[in-house]
Design a protein around this ligand. Structure first.
Ligand SMILES: [Zn+2]
Length: 742
């Protein structure tokens, strides 16, 4: 559109004027200053000058849009712009935006710097959203919804995407990173702020628990690979920029910000941010500018501590071992030591460079002696008082804690006794899963811990359980030998119980979190017991009632759709349900979210030819998916079962040319996701080698690191798979699995 220095620190004032067909609407960062009617049905729109800003924030949208609007308490105009006929679906996002903008003005102590805010839903958009100053552009599914049928997870997602983008209006747009190696300053901060804002606007969602299960856990998973990268990562050329929009910049960045908040406390944290906004408004910064603002207001040295988290790749595992127990029981002496945590359980080489060392906030929680103690050395001693002890209380910092088996025993007992809060119950589970994958925690101990969660009530702890149970199911389905023992114990024990308690039908006065829990448990049931007779009948009934409903106020909530569709397709004796779903997805009057749940479910069709047809929807054509949705059919097939995982990879090899042709010119991360899904689902060493060799032969510029991560992940899964097969056999394990039953 225009030649410019497209670098974040080359800020400029943009004066924009466009000539468009008179019947179309044109919007940009700023409101129009004037309009002139021209000849031949054209008009010229001249916008007010933008403030001084980076070129990547410049935006112009021209089209036929429907709009709805609201005003903040301070009088800022906010609009949602959609394709014709969809504006009513923007009411939820609009109300979130109006409240969030006011909240941020108060939180940062700096008014929203522009006269208006537009939020536009684009029908095909590579990212979730883009924070152009004053004209934020979203994927439809991340902005629009039908408020009466929308699933809870989707509603939370819309709220967090909106609060994420609006936080950028200050953090990113007003104060901008100096260069892309500081991208995390933008994205990590927004990742934290989105959660903080949603927690204030919707306290009933307990979103920090969800943050630990989803965002922090994605950070720890990716950052446990040797092919990860430091939060502050050198960027030498433009091609390398796209690849750092990853879970390290967003989720590890956000987790590091959350840790600072935990260490400084809410008030000093916010004071430092206010100082940062005022001091650097309309300018560029790097991480040290932010640290020094926090140091200035708190008098605490942060620089060295934060560098150990942002300049160093990876994160530590804190190992806790009991060295001496007092004779009266209770108190004991512990040895704490830290080490680089690697997903496959391998160790840092002994010789060579200096060992990695982090400054770890120990956060020993209630009963701890010093809440602000930072561990700076490789080892230290600790006196444990009476009762159970858990470090990283509240999962405030992005690291894992491995206890010796006697301490694990007392923690499991504390879970059973209901003494451990939800955040820490989540942390214990996710850490234990990671240690089991590494081979550092026997499967028997992992299962022992899981059985302590029988009767669990919290939705987000169920979300963490779901992570563990999905992983176990996936491993067991590839291992075959232990499959029926596990599915029977978990499915017929823990899950059936939980589903009974929450019920399959919603009640009018239940909370969002209860509805969300139902969706999580049904998803696990669809995975563990899809052929269960009663469940299959129930699903068929609901499916048919939904399919035959004439209007869209249907009887099947959005967040149950994928699971119900999957159960129906698994049990189908004809192609009719598959074809009906494909037809339904082509309707133009349905929300995009419904289409996505259909794409994901189609992979569960049993026959190979139907699965191939599903995969081919990704390559486009008349019955294909939108470019932005290319990953959904691939995900549906590759994650359905072991056959699907194999098929998705074969499909990728066969169709490589048409997949590449479709993605030509699109953001390279879309291809990255397709590769991850198609190549990453078979936990087998030979498969890892095949994938590696394939991409050596067909390299993808700009995705080198992502592909190395896929290969490393598959190798790690393959090692876990071998141990899993070994450990899940034997009588002891059968006994343990009984613990899941009533
Ligand atoms: Zn962002």
């Amino acid at each position: 559109m225009l030649p410019c220095w497209d670098e974040p620190s080359r800020k400029a004032v943009f004066a924009l004027s466009v000539v468009v067909p008179a019947e179309l609407m044109a919007v940009s960062n700023m409101p129009a200053a004037s309009e002139t009617t021209l000849e031949r049905g054209k008009r010229r729109i001249t916008f007010l000058d933008t403030p001084r800003m980076s070129s990547y924030l410049l935006a112009l949208a021209v089209g036929r849009f429907d709009t709805i609007q609201a005003q903040t308490v301070n009088g800022t105009l906010i609009r949602v712009l959609t394709m014709p006929g969809q504006a009513a679906q923007g009411t939820f996002a609009l109300s979130v935006a109006a409240r969030a903008l006011s909240y941020y003005e108060e939180y940062f102590g700096v008014p929203f710097p522009l006269p208006k805010l537009d939020m536009l839903a684009a029908p095909d958009f590579a990212a979730g959203a883009m924070e152009n100053w004053g004209l934020v552009i979203y994927r439809e599914v991340d902005l629009l919804c039908n408020e009466t049928t929308v699933g809870v997870a989707r509603k939370v997602r819309i709220a967090t995407v909106v609060t994420h983008e609006l936080s950028h209006m200050w953090f990113g747009n007003l104060v901008t990173m100096e260069w892309w190696d500081q991208l995390w300053l933008n994205e990590g901060f927004a990742n934290w702020m989105q959660t903080q804002a949603v927690d204030v606007l919707f306290p009933e969602w307990h979103i920090w628990e969800q943050y630990v299960v989803e965002e922090q856990s994605r950070a720890l998973q990716l950052d446990a690979l040797r092919s990860s990268h430091p939060v502050e990562v050198p960027i030498r050329r433009a091609k390398e920029v796209d690849e750092v929009f990853d879970a390290i910049s967003y989720c590890k960045g956000g987790s590091v910000v959350r840790m600072v908040n935990g260490v400084l406390g809410k008030e000093l944290f916010r004071k430092g941010l206010g100082l940062y906004m005022r001091r650097f408004a309309y300018r560029n910064t790097d991480s040290t500018d932010l640290w020094s603002c926090w140091e200035e207001v708190s008098g605490m040295p942060l620089m060295a501590m934060m560098s150990s988290w942002t300049k160093q790749q990876g994160f530590p595992v804190l190992m806790v071992n009991e060295t001496k127990t007092s004779r009266t029981g209770g108190s004991s002496r512990l040895l704490l030591s830290q080490r680089w945590f690697l997903a496959d359980g391998s160790e840092e080489p002994e010789e060579g460079n200096h060992k990695k060392l982090w400054q770890i906030p120990l956060l020993p929680g209630p009963g701890g002696t010093d809440d602000h103690l930072i561990m700076e050395s490789p080892e230290m001693r600790w006196e444990k008082k009476d009762g159970f002890l858990k470090f990283n209380f509240g999962q405030v910092a992005p690291y894992r804690v491995l206890y010796d088996s006697s301490l694990y025993g007392s923690l499991s007992q504390a879970v059973r006794n209901g003494q451990v809060n939800a955040l820490d119950r989540i942390g214990l589970l996710l850490d234990a899963l990671a240690f089991a994958k590494q081979g550092k925690l026997p499967m028997a101990q992992l299962l022992g811990l899981v059985s302590a969660y029988k009767g669990e009530k919290s939705t987000h702890v169920w979300q963490a359980l779901s992570e563990v149970l999905s992983t176990l199911h996936r491993m067991a389905s590839f291992a075959e030998s232990s499959f029926s023992a596990l599915t029977d114990a978990v499915g017929n024990g823990m899950l059936r119980d939980a589903l009974q308690e929450v019920g399959i039908a919603a009640s009018a006065k239940e909370t969002d979190l209860t509805r969300h829990k139902r969706a999580l448990i049904l998803r696990l049931m669809a995975m563990y017991l899809p052929k269960d007779k009663a469940l299959a009948e129930e699903a068929k009934l609901r499916f048919e009632r939904w399919l035959n409903a004439q209007d869209l106020q249907d009887t099947l909530p959005d967040d149950l759709k994928t699971s119900i569709f999957k159960i129906v397709l698994t049990n189908a004796e004809t192609d009719a349900p598959y074809n009906a779903l494909r037809r339904y997805a082509r309707r133009t009057d349905i929300p995009q979210a419904v289409r996505l749940s259909i794409y994901t479910a189609l992979g569960s069709a049993k026959r190979k030819d139907l699965r191939m047809k599903t995969l081919d929807m990704a390559t486009g054509g008349r019955s294909g998916v939108r470019l932005q949705d290319i990953m959904y059919p691939v995900q549906g097939v590759s994650q359905a079962d072991p056959d699907g995982a194999q098929l998705a990879w074969r499909w990728f090899i066969q169709r490589r040319r048409s997949i590449m042709a479709r993605l030509k010119g699109a953001n390279v991360r879309l291809l990255g996701v397709v590769i991850q899904l198609a190549a990453g689902a078979v936990p087998d060493k030979a498969h890892a080698n095949a994938v590696e060799a394939f991409f050596q032969q067909h390299p993808v510029p700009g995705l080198e690191r992502s592909i190395a991560q896929v290969v490393e992940n598959v190798r790690t899964d393959a090692k876990f798979m071998m141990r899993f097969e070994d450990e899940m056999q034997g009588e002891e394990m059968k006994e343990l699995l009984k613990g899941f039953e009533l």
